[in-house]
Write a protein that binds this ligand. Structure first.
Ligand code: ADP
Ligand code: MG
Length: 558
């Protein structure tokens, strides 16, 4: 069946018919300046909205090639268009997933790499009077509002060209900055002038007002980077190795670390964090008591448990604060993380520090935990994994830090030399380990990735911070780099793709299965759209690995 004409007439004829007749809309309709495809109907007025796509051909969309030829600018353009479309679709029946402060590849808007044509996908609540079709309201929504969206938001001629280009330039600069970090020996960069604090815990827009202190790099840590659009930009370089962020409470330590966490994503112009970037393989680690752990070698951190449990092959359905953090750290490195972020506010103290007095009181033989302070150097020296750590409460890390940044009233200064002199005075503390032994690569059991519930495959987002995976749940509340709720949907689809394609086959390690997934994700949203057409944002392999590791049914072979 090809593209049909006469949608308006069809809707008028449907008026008053039973709601199920809306099924007849499935397929493609010719509209002024675009094709409307009804991908999925709506079975009754209370069911999830129908899914439609507006396909605007290249000659109507009219975007110059410089806005869509590179993958990064294409993603930026699509994100910009989704935002304009959400504004133009100002009606409760239309649901456009525009995203928040981060500029992620999303299924809601995609620009074609071949010709710059645009596809907007959205949900439409099909109007009814009770269980009868309201044909006139449907005509207003589909034939009145949607053409307005296409006309106002999806055509270059209707948009502010400078604004579009500024958006694409900002995102491209951010991506170039992130890609430049390894070559500069950096794990992260925070530009001078960046605004890091947010409006509130539930409002991710930048804080405003006189009290906001823009970021200003200390001279000793200042680095300049050449960006294609912004030119030469200066800021603080966070070097590879071990970086300690110290300072009094409320002086902005966690705010700085959170900016680094979200530095794996690009941000919209005006966000304040446009030029804050962290390496793409940066992973936030925290404690998460109660989580499940499946056969992780945590013996570097936890050994000689009173229960006699083998910690080279550690399992639990209910991890403690310290073992959960040890497991999450080993899992992150296993999945390929090369920079770790840890905040004392969300870390297990007993895994982080054990000072001289406690060493004297409690003999090592009676303490299963080896604190991170004795492993963090080796993690970098022997395994190439850097750490950025917020620690205002203990000075023991001064001995192991390559650089120490002090936050003072939101202003960073370099106190590495002072810290080094203080560290030279012995505390009586003795190191409890020489080296981090590395992580064990696990082979997940494909049989444990059964997604079926009563014969049907089921992986679904459960609100903002969890997934249902077959008969099991995945709790993602402690996976803090997830950018928004739609990315949880993306994680679910990525897991489904991995299962369907047999990436986890009983022979591959988890890291090898993630390598295969990575080539799908590199290709953009298309591969996940083929799994299911719904609103989602692309995750990284690290978010997908975090989800798999939290799957209560996961089993590992060997
Ligand atoms: P710490 O971790 O050092 O205790 P936080 O990072 O939690 O401190 O910051 C404490 C408060 O200060 C937060 O409410 C935060 O929003 C605010 N804040 C952080 N950085 C800035 C800044 N640059 N300008 C203004 N307020 C800030
Ligand atoms: Mg804090």
């Amino acid at each position: 069946q090809g593209v049909r004409d006469g949608l308006a007439g069809e809707l008028r004829r449907m008026d008053g018919a039973s709601y199920g007749r809306y099924k007849a809309l499935l397929g493609s309709w010719s509209m002024p300046g675009f094709t409307l495809e009804v991908i999925r109907g709506q079975s009754d007025p209370y069911a999830p909205p129908a899914r439609v796509a507006l396909r605007v051909p290249a000659e109507e969309a009219g975007f110059p090639a410089d806005l869509w030829e590179s993958p990064v600018r294409r993603r930026a353009l699509a994100s910009y268009l989704a935002r304009r479309a959400a504004e133009a679709a100002d009606h409760r029946a239309l649901r456009v997933d525009a995203g928040g402060q981060e500029v992620l590849e999303r299924s809601s808007c995609l620009v074609d790499a071949r010709d710059g044509s645009v596809t907007l996908r959205l949900g439409v609540d099909l109007p009814g009077h009770g269980r009868r079709i309201d044909g006139h309201a449907a005509e207003h929504v589909l034939c009145g509002l949607l053409p307005k969206v296409a006309e106002r938001a999806l055509r270059y001629a209707a948009l502010d060209a400078d604004d579009v280009r500024a958006f694409a330039d900002t995102v491209e600069d951010s991506a170039v900055l992130r890609a430049a970090l390894p070559g500069l020996g950096l794990v992260a960069f925070v530009a001078d002038g960046a605004v890091l604090p947010r409006r509130s815990g539930v409002d991710d827009r930048p804080a405003t007002g006189d009290g906001v202190v823009p970021f200003a790099s200390p001279e000793e840590l200042r680095v300049s980077v050449d960006l294609p659009h912004a030119g030469t930009v200066t800021g603080m370089g966070v070097r590879e190795g071990v970086t300690l962020i110290v300072g009094g409470g409320f002086h902005g330590k966690s705010t700085l670390l959170r900016a680094l966490e979200t530095g794996v994503w690009d941000h919209v112009p005006g966000d304040g964090r446009e030029r804050v970037a962290a390496r793409p393989d940066t992973v936030k680690i925290r404690s998460e008591d109660g989580r499940r752990v499946e056969r992780v070698d945590v013996h570097a951190f936890v050994d000689h448990l009173p229960s006699g449990a083998d910690t080279t092959d550690f399992c639990t359905d209910n991890a403690s604060g310290s073992t959960s953090q040890a497991a999450s750290l080993c899992e992150a490195v296993e999945a390929g993380a090369r920079a770790l972020l840890i905040d004392e506010d969300t870390a297990a103290t007993n895994l982080m520090i054990r000072d001289a007095r406690m060493q004297a009181l409690v003999a090592k033989e009676r303490e299963p935990l080896t604190p991170f302070v004795d492993l963090v150097r080796s993690l970098h020296r022997d395994h190439g994994v850097s750490t950025v750590l917020v620690m205002g409460g203990s000075g023991d890390y001064m001995e192991v830090a390559d650089q120490v940044v002090m936050m003072d009233a939101y202003r960073p200064s370099d106190v590495t030399e002072r810290a080094r002199r203080l560290a030279a005075v012995p505390t009586g503390r003795t190191a409890e380990a020489d080296a981090f032994p590395g992580v064990a690569h696990r082979r997940p059991d494909p049989g444990s990735l059964d997604t079926s519930v009563r014969g049907r495959s089921r992986i679904r987002a459960r609100g903002d911070d969890g997934l249902t995976f077959g008969e099991h749940d995945i709790d993602l509340r402690a996976v803090e780099q997830i950018a928004d709720a739609r990315q949880v949907v993306g994680i679910g689809l990525a897991l489904e793709l991995m299962v369907r394609r047999g990436y986890v086959d009983g022979k591959r390690t988890l890291a090898e299965a993630l390598d295969l997934l990575d080539s799908d994700l590199e290709d953009g949203a298309h591969r996940l759209l083929a799994v299911r057409d719904e609103d989602f944002a692309l995750p990284r392999r690290h978010e997908v690995a975090a989800a798999l590791n939290r799957l209560r049914g996961l089993r590992v072979l060997g």
